[in-house]
Design a binder for this molecule. Structure first.
Ligand code: CP3
Length: 341
């Protein structure tokens, strides 16, 4: 089926478009009252595993805020779950993995699963979402980068520093690399399954890539992301979002990814210099700035669009939208991009 609004697809291919496309990371979530209604009734993984619910949540921001792409409602932690680890999502505490990986023996508790068996519910959801979208906008599928998934699988919970995950890598590098390769192999099969089910774009979330030094980012993150992009890039446009890892934009562009996400801590001009001319940049509005009054949001969106120069740019936030953002502020962000560009 052809896609009516294919702005993002054309921008990722490097074509000049009539305006800058826009979506928001974590756009399917808690700032939407319609999401909160479903959150009252069903558990988090129940929402992920029930295709009708995942579809309804995926479509909410398309209908309510008018973004140019849908992103699958799921979570990066469904992969560790499919590999055999228990994952809980505790209200106001975030994700908890009660039995994290600490040493080589613990690797016996994880496997490279048959994704068609363990994650078929995601593929079912994608098929249903594609039907319901009916070609309105493209659907973004996603996975966590192996390094970011290792962070949760070893630390067992969220952290600002992921010091235990780092200590695991620096004291047991062979075990770390075995685990990273298992995650990579699972992720490649999983993302190929998403594409087969109908995902039009794939984004890799490396939320904790910026915690690593440039050399360690290459060792523990990028070499695995490179394998994933290589396996996918001829089938589907691929975006890498490695938060805080601006120092690796040149190397990330060299993977052949079509798009690179950047956060608000780097100037668009500098990001363009690092990344070179042949990749689309995505970002980089400070998500906290959506709390500002709407006229300020409009002004700052204009400044952002000008800084990116109107070519090979997908407007987005520099990280996920925060739960306390009023819906009309999110809509003002999207509308301002549509107005100014
Ligand atoms: O972008 C979207 O709207 C699609 C859905 C999506 C979710 N998580 C739903 C979700 C996506 C793309 C993710 C990715 C994700 N999950 C990342 C990478 C992006 C990022 O923000 O850095 C990470 C690190 C996770 C892990 C995770 N899942 C955390 C840390 C949390 C709790 C904190 C939080 O942000 O809510 C989750 C739970 C989660 N994933 C929620 C949603 C809507 C909130 C669940 C709820 O309370 O209803």
């Amino acid at each position: 089926m052809s896609i009516k609004n294919d702005l993002i697809l054309r921008t990722l291919r490097g074509e000049q478009t009539e305006r800058t496309p826009v979506w928001m990371m974590r756009q399917a979530g808690r700032y939407l009252p319609q999401y909160m209604v479903l959150r009252e009734k069903y558990g988090f993984f129940e929402r992920c595993q029930t295709p009708a619910l995942a579809t309804e949540i995926t479509l909410q921001p398309v209908d309510i805020v008018g973004v140019d792409a849908a992103i699958l409602f799921s979570d990066i932690l469904v992969v560790p779950q499919a590999m055999g680890l228990e994952v809980q999502l505790i209200e106001s505490k975030g994700p908890i993995l009660p039995e994290p990986i600490k040493n080589i023996n613990d690797l016996q508790r994880v496997m490279v699963p048959d994704v068609n068996d363990r994650l078929h519910y995601v593929f079912d959801a994608i098929q249903l979402i594609k039907q319901e979208l009916n070609g309105r906008v493209p659907l973004i599928g996603f996975a966590g980068a192996p390094w970011t998934l290792l962070c949760y699988m070893v630390q067992g919970k969220g952290s600002k520093t992921f010091d235990e995950a780092k200590a695991f890598c620096y004291t047991q590098p062979d075990t770390a690399h075995k685990l990273l390769q298992m995650i990579t192999d699972t992720t490649i099969a999983y993302l190929k399954g998403q594409v087969k089910a109908g995902a039009d774009i794939i984004q890799i979330f490396d939320s904790w890539g910026g915690l690593l030094s440039p050399a360690d980012f290459e060792t523990y993150s990028l070499q695995y992301i490179r394998q994933i992009v290589a396996a996918l890039k001829d089938e589907v446009p691929t975006i890498i979002f490695a938060k805080g890892a601006w120092f690796a934009l040149e190397e990330m562009a060299a993977t052949g990814a079509h798009g690179l996400g950047i956060d608000w801590c780097i100037k668009p001009k500098l990001a363009r210099q690092f990344a070179g001319p042949d990749v689309t940049l995505q970002g980089n509005f400070d998500p906290a700035k959506l709390s500002a009054p709407i006229p300020v949001i409009k002004q700052e969106v204009k400044t952002m669009l000008e800084a990116f120069g109107g070519h090979r740019h997908i407007a987005n936030l520099g990280h996920g939208i925060l739960p306390n953002i009023p819906v009309d502020h999110a809509r003002a962000f999207v509308d301002s991009v549509k107005e100014y560009s």
